[in-house]
Design a protein around this ligand. Structure first.
Ligand SMILES: Nc1ncnc2c1ncn2[C@@H]1O[C@H](COP(=O)(O)OP(=O)(O)OP(=O)(O)O)[C@@H](O)[C@H]1O
Ligand SMILES: [Mg+2]
Length: 245
């Protein structure tokens, strides 16, 4: 008796997890990056900021040399900014130790390139399976997931074909399957339509848009292609390393 505590006031109760504000999916804050070539100092990005709060298709637009690939390299933690921060899901990428980088990229990121970059000696299926190698899955599970992902991108009928036996658009579909099979939060794409004719480019963009919605994957796409900018939910426009839109 006499030890009863007064009930805690509502203000002192811990916040329920659901009401805790979520960090942005991607936050780029006052990022500056320069390169040095001998005595020359090349400023590639100056005081760049933007953030993405929902799984979106984000276009990074701007002329050649404006800093698009530099930005993608920072997002993939291939490089770190001189100043400012890049955070994915609230994690400052500069804080990831070199030993933890492979694990970070395997878990969070997928990559799509202009040249597709599939391994020429492997079949479509083997290229996609290979992306699951770091995961603790049986061979059968890897195969099953790779086939399901290839079916999802419309390539279920070309599993045994090697990249050289596929059209450019088909290779890019396989590359997209490879990027997404591990269900990353982010796919980073540098000019994914740059090597495709206009009709095929439109089909690939349609596929990216569908996958963004059905898999809740954020796509960050560096591009000159006005169709990508039309389709994107956000456009970050760069000129000489600065944000102009
Ligand atoms: N490793 C490097 N060393 C020195 N300068 C670099 C390096 N990488 C890029 N740059 C310079 O930084 C600037 C931005 O280059 P970046 O590759 O990011 O442009 P981009 O927008 O991707 O161009 P593109 O559309 O041609 O791919 C350019 O002036 C470029 O010459
Ligand atoms: Mg580039």
């Amino acid at each position: 008796m006499g030890h009863l505590q007064p009930p805690p006031s509502p203000q002192s109760q811990p916040l329920a997890p659901a009401s805790r504000p979520q960090p942005p999916i991607l936050a780029v804050e006052s990022v500056t990056k320069h390169y040095r070539r001998g005595s020359e100092r090349i400023v590639a990005l100056t005081d760049l900021s933007f953030s993405i709060d929902a799984p979106e298709v984000v276009a990074i637009a701007g002329p050649s040399g404006s800093g698009k690939s530099t930005l993608l390299n920072l997002l993939a933690r291939f490089d770190v900014p001189d100043s400012g921060e890049v955070r994915l899901d609230g994690q400052d990428l500069a804080s990831i130790s070199p030993a933890a980088l492979d694990e970070f990229r395997n878990r969070k990121l997928g990559f799509v390139f202009q040249q597709f970059n599939l391994l020429p000696v492997l079949s479509a299926l083997e290229n996609v399976e290979l992306a699951l190698a770091p995961q603790a899955l049986s061979r059968a599970q890897r195969r099953e997931r790779a086939i399901a992902m290839l079916e999802r991108v419309g390539m279920g009928y070309r599993l045994a074909h090697k990249p050289g036996e596929l059209s450019g658009g088909q290779q890019q579909r396989v590359a997209i399957a490879r990027a997404l099979v591990g269900r990353p939060r982010f796919v980073i794409a540098d000019e994914p339509t740059g090597n495709l004719d206009s009709k095929t480019a439109a089909e690939i963009l349609q596929l990216i848009s569908e996958l963004n919605q059905t898999m809740q994957t954020t796509f960050v796409i560096a591009t000159h292609d006005p169709r990508v900018m039309q389709l994107a939910n956000s456009v970050i426009e760069l000129a000489d390393g600065q944000r102009i839109g």
